[in-house]
Design a binder for this molecule. Structure first.
Ligand code: BG6
Length: 496
């Protein structure tokens, strides 16, 4: 996307703001947040007065920080940097060295903000969660928490229900819920917005969106990447907490929720919460029959040899952390009773895929001939990545004399021209924070309900002496994941 195209895609201007970025020299800031802000700047969305203040422990000057941001943005912005626009943008950037745990340091932050006071302050915490409470307390003690201040919390939001509750309790004591933005970047993805539009902007699918019409649903987020130098973090986390507790469950909520009465943050979040609360618990012996955990061994991904998880840097050689999870879930509600939801995610898998696949029921009795190899069910694939698209598979007649059916794809993609104005997930979410739109952020009770469902799975693993099942890097995961779904006469989309 060129700068000119982004400019054409100009959106509503944001109000004046100060964005204070804790973790300002970190990976997320460099890879996603600062490039996203630059793109919003190019889109003409920045107000007359805006300031982005990177905060870090590293003792560097502003110039050095700007150079670091520029070098990384060049790397992570596919269209590269327009030098003139970059120079103008970088005037809005500043840096402050600060120890997040030291209350005394916050007076310097206060002084920096007071130099050009702007009413809207956003504190983005892209730090280890252990620092969340320190930062919030110190901000409050330095009188920096105003009624117009917003706090953005990046995942991981806790390690389990108890630690998440502690964070929520302590942050909640200083910021009211309406000022807290818990990010799940999957909710900012274009395909998720499109799924909402498809479901709630059209009457067409609603009568079909239920038991009796839908046979089962698959949600897959597979990555070719490994732990990418994050071995120490990942080993304490694992795929269940890193991906399922947040991203996959949020996708499940958007897929399965009832239509909200209005487009209001709480109306949407109330409906998502109901889905989470209706998830049938997976606990005790059910975990062994409904959940598969795996760990990658050495193999090749996209033709390149890669090491196994246990050989990754900062991973203990006897680690039992899972890099893959597949599970079968049920939502105990009138709409979804009896419809299995299969969830699957993993690292070092064959392809990078993010998709929700809805399998509709077959005709009650086939009167036409279909090739036996054809999976006859109508299918709706909402693809998040590598490219977002929506495809409906139907059966149509094969040209020729005979009445023989074959699958055809009806693509509901947006035109290429419209793609140019698409926002990256973080662009959308950062703009939403500044505009004060909470819909795409998780509410405290949602987070709690997600952990409440996840914890018993981990407890069952902790009590079992089984190791995660090995799978070769570059495959589709352990054979047990295919067996999990094959027991119900299904296969994972894309797997033959
Ligand atoms: C992050 C996880 O939340 O999501 C990473 O911590 C994962 O492990 C990433 O790689 C995937 O996000 P995306 O947008 O690249 O699919």
């Amino acid at each position: 996307m060129t700068a000119a195209q982004i400019t054409q895609a100009s959106a509503r201007r944001l109000p004046d703001f100060d964005l204070v970025l804790f973790g300002g020299t970190g990976d997320l800031a460099m890879r996603k947040l600062l490039p996203a802000l630059f793109r919003r700047y190019l889109a003409g969305q920045f107000p007359a007065r805006a300031r982005i203040l990177g905060i870090g422990r590293t003792n560097i000057e502003r110039d050095e920080y700007l150079a670091l941001v520029e070098e990384n943005s060049r790397k992570y912005l596919p269209a590269g940097l327009d030098a003139t626009r970059w120079t103008a943008f970088s005037r809005l950037l500043d840096y402050l060295q600060l120890d997040a745990t030291s209350a005394a340091d916050y007076s310097r932050l206060g002084a920096r903000l007071a130099a050009q006071p702007l009413p809207l302050r956003v504190f983005f915490l892209s730090t280890a969660p252990a620092l969340f409470t320190h930062v919030c307390r110190n901000l409050a003690a330095a009188s920096l928490v105003t009624p117009e201040a917003r706090i953005v919390l990046e995942k991981p939001l806790g390690q389990d229900r108890g630690s998440a509750a502690d964070i929520n309790e302590q942050v909640g004591a200083l910021f009211p819920e309406r000022q807290i933005y818990r990010i799940d970047h999957y909710l900012g993805k274009e395909a998720v917005q499109n799924l909402l539009a498809l479901r709630f902007g059209n009457a067409l699918f609603e009568p079909l969106w239920r038991r009796g019409r839908i046979r089962h649903v698959q949600i897959t987020v597979s990555e070719q990447l490994g732990v990418e130098g994050r071995g120490a973090f990942y080993d304490q986390t694992g795929a269940l907490r890193d991906m399922v507790q947040n991203h996959l469950l949020q996708l499940l909520c958007i897929m399965a929720m009832e239509p909200p009465a209005v487009d209001h943050p709480d109306a949407v979040r109330d409906e998502k919460l109901k889905v989470l609360r209706a998830l049938r618990p997976l606990e005790g012996p059910t975990v062994a029959s409904h959940v598969v955990r795996g760990q990658y061994r050495a193999g090749a991904v996209g033709g390149t040899p890669v090491v196994g998880y246990l050989e990754e840097q900062n991973v203990p050689p006897e680690s039992t952390t899972e890099t893959f999870v597949a599970l079968k879930a049920h939502i105990d509600s009138w709409r979804w009773a009896g419809v299995p939801f299969y969830l699957r995610t993993g690292k070092r898998l064959q392809e990078q895929v993010g998709e929700i696949v809805v399998y509709f029921e077959d005709v009650p009795y086939p009167i036409f001939e279909t090739a036996t190899s054809v999976n006859t069910a109508n299918r709706l694939v909402i693809s998040l990545q590598p490219r977002d698209s929506i495809t409906l598979t139907l059966l149509a007649k094969t040209p020729g004399e005979n009445m023989r059916l074959r699958p055809v794809e009806l693509r509901l993609d947006m035109p290429e021209t419209a793609r140019a104005s698409q926002l990256d997930a973080y662009e959308r979410l950062l703009s939403d924070v500044i505009k004060g739109r909470l819909t795409l952020f998780m509410r405290r009770d949602e987070l709690d309900a997600a952990w409440r469902w996840i914890d018993p799975i981990r407890d069952a693993w902790a009590q079992s002496d089984e190791r995660p099942r090995g799978y070769t890097a570059g495959s589709w995961g352990p054979a047990a994941a295919s067996a999990l779904i094959a027991r119900d006469n299904c296969t994972w989309n894309g797997e033959v």
